[in-house]
Ligand binder design. Structure first.
Ligand code: PEP
Ligand code: MG
Length: 588
């Protein structure tokens, strides 16, 4: 009898990066990483069961000899832990379960063992008894040992193929180090839209969904699936009908994209002639191709922490100079604004901390780290200055909370300039220097900060989290993370007003700049620049071309008097829908 195809399953999460991706899933579970998975023909299943028994036997022997050794050295109860580990393997139902999985899944023994153990571990993590819950560590430990005892195998399908990645959570460095040529899309159980992981996914143009809840244990490796990065649906074993629907949606989006690309040589100017600089946010120099393809007006934010953390710590002045010089040369007449190191928060720290911080987002982050490590900071400043001789560069400082920090930064820049002059090294003494406005205290003293800098760049990702006290990566409170909260809107206006009083410009480089529903509002609040992920440049350009600055100003005026985020969002969203309905997809 023909086997019934598996039923379609739909999981819903939060869309984190737009796009549709189709492919087989690769599952990386919590606790320890998944072994490679490969298919086993019917006549190979017996051999797999034999491999399982062998791996169990070797593990038992190892545990017994470990116990003997520890008993000899310690002589107390310490060795008992290994006896307990051995008992896990002696449970006959475990071997039966794995053997059944081998028969049903027709996959290699180590992967089936891994999948069974994941289910056991997940069940244990939900137990309320703390003693039993703690035993998950023992089970994880013995599982890892068994996995190591399987022989290495050939004929691996796993990660050599293009795949959709399913994980409990990903750190920004996991995302940055993935092989992008194989990664079609990803979904995570945890995570939120404003985490750096999601920002990176958008920058790379990889469809992604976060906050799916428990999915890892329910998904079989290599199952065909679809990531819908528009609605946040993750569909495993899609039916023919679903696949057809998504193929046609993907085609429609491709056509829409092509139409947008036709506008790429047009200036990003409103219907009544106000030019808004439209630049790009990047993390790596290889993204400069995208910046150029999309005709962004330079780079509004180069997040240096990703490449610096990738190259290893401490990065040398020389290798930084090379990277910044490439940036300077390739952005031509448009400036590339380099943000000095912003480590900490949800990004890796540049140096190992002896103790984890209780509140990393309120801790040793951004400019605080640089000012505490002036020698390292000066290497970065000198590297930027050296590179400024080769093209138009700017620099800005993250996480500024008040005037004295920016004054200390400026003093260090001056020191670096003097050092380079003494060396006879050329640099651009007039390069623009800015402050990121992303902490409410900086907004309140923006008039004073404006006296010290050439521009402001509003980091709304952080400004929102610090204004409404909502952790940007905590999915549980994601609903409260509102970019149109009246306090946020008023802070943006206070910043643009302070900048105009001082005769300097203001940009927005947070993710809010790419929210097409908010373009009318942001233009009306008086920003001079929007800096967005390279893939967002084309739609934002179309939005800017479609709005009228006079009307946007009137809209912003109204919004500033509104009491709730829902009303402000609705006002701008309706204006956006009227101006460029094709870009505002109601079903997304
Ligand atoms: C921001 O906070 O808006 C910003 C652009 O910086 P990051 O997301 O890197 O913190
Ligand atoms: Mg920030």
């Amino acid at each position: 009898m023909a086997e019934k195809p598996p039923e379609e399953e739909v999981f819903c999460g939060t869309p984190a990066s737009r796009g549709i991706a189709f492919g087989p899933v690769h599952v990386a579970a919590r606790g320890f990483s998944a072994p490679n998975v490969y298919e086993i023909p019917e006549d190979g299943l017996k051999l797999e069961k034999g491999r399982l028994t062998a791996a169990f036997d070797i593990t038992r022997q190892q545990l017994a000899s470990l116990k003997t050794k520890i008993d000899e050295v310690a002589g107390g109860d310490e060795g008992l832990v290994f006896e307990a580990h051995g008992m896990v393997l002696d449970d006959p139902s475990l071997q039966t379960k794995v053997e059944l999985a081998i028969e049903n899944r027709k996959q290699n023994a180590e992967y089936c063992f891994y999948a069974v153990m994941q289910t056991v571990l997940e069940a244990m993590r939900r137990i309320s008894d703390p003693y039993l819950r703690e035993r998950t560590i023992d089970i994880e430990d013995v599982s890892q040992r068994v996995l190591r005892n399987f022989e290495a195998s050939t004929n691996i399908i796993g990660l050599d193929h293009q795949h959709l990645f399913v994980a409990h959570d990903l750190t920004p460095s996991d995302t940055a180090s993935m092989d992008r040529s194989k990664l079609l899309g990803f979904v995570t159980e945890e995570g939120s839209v404003n985490s750096h992981t999601a920002i990176l996914a958008r920058a790379l143009g990889i469809p992604a969904i976060v906050g799916l809840g428990k999915v890892v244990v329910e998904i079989t490796a290599l199952a065909p699936a679809i990531v819908d990065g528009y609605s946040g649906k993750f569909i495993v074993h899609p039916s023919e009908e679903t696949t057809k629907y998504y193929r046609s949606l993907a085609n429609r989006k491709r056509e829409q994209r092509k139409a947008l690309e036709e506008l790429r040589d047009q200036e990003s100017t409103t219907k009544d002639g106000r030019h808004i600089t439209l630049s790009a946010n990047i993390e790596f120099t290889h993204e400069l191709d995208l910046v150029q393809d999309n005709r962004a007006e330079g780079v509004g934010l180069f997040r240096t922490e990703f490449f610096l953390l990738e190259t290893g710590y401490p990065p040398t002045e020389k290798n930084q100079t090379e990277t910044y010089t490439e940036l300077a040369k390739r952005t031509g007449s448009h400036p590339a604004i380099i943000r000095t190191l912003d480590s900490g928060g949800d990004k890796l720290s540049v140096e190992p901390l002896t103790e984890p911080e209780p509140n990393p987002f309120l801790g040793w982050r951004g400019i605080r780290v640089s000012l505490d490590r002036p020698d390292f900071f000066k290497e970065q400043l000198r590297a930027i200055l050296r590179a400024s001789a080769h093209g138009k560069l700017g620099m800005m400082f993250p996480f500024i909370s008040g005037v004295s920090e920016i004054q200390r930064c400026q003093a260090l820049v001056k020191e670096c300039m003097a050092e380079l002059e003494a060396e006879g090294c050329k640099f651009d003494a007039d390069l623009e220097i800015g402050a990121m406005i992303e902490i409410p205290s900086a907004v309140l003293v923006a008039d004073e900060i404006a006296q010290e800098v050439d521009f402001f760049s509003i980091g709304t990702n952080d400004l929102i989290q610090y204004t409404v006290a909502v952790d940007r990566i905590n999915n549980r409170v994601a609903k409260l993370y509102r970019s149109t909260h009246p306090a946020v809107i008023r802070m943006i206006k206070m910043t643009t007003d302070a900048a105009s009083r001082a005769g300097i410009w203001t940009g927005i480089c947070g993710e809010m700049a790419a929210d097409l529903s908010l373009t009318p509002l942001l233009v009306g609040l008086g920003v001079d620049e929007l800096s967005v992920g390279p893939h967002e440049v084309a739609p934002v350009r179309k939005a800017l071309l479609s709005v009228d600055f006079g009307e946007c100003k009137a809209l912003a005026q109204k919004a500033l008097a509104m009491p709730t985020s829902a009303e402000i969002y609705h006002l701008s969203h309706e204006a956006a829908k009227a101006a460029y309905p094709d870009l505002i997809d109601e079903d997304e």
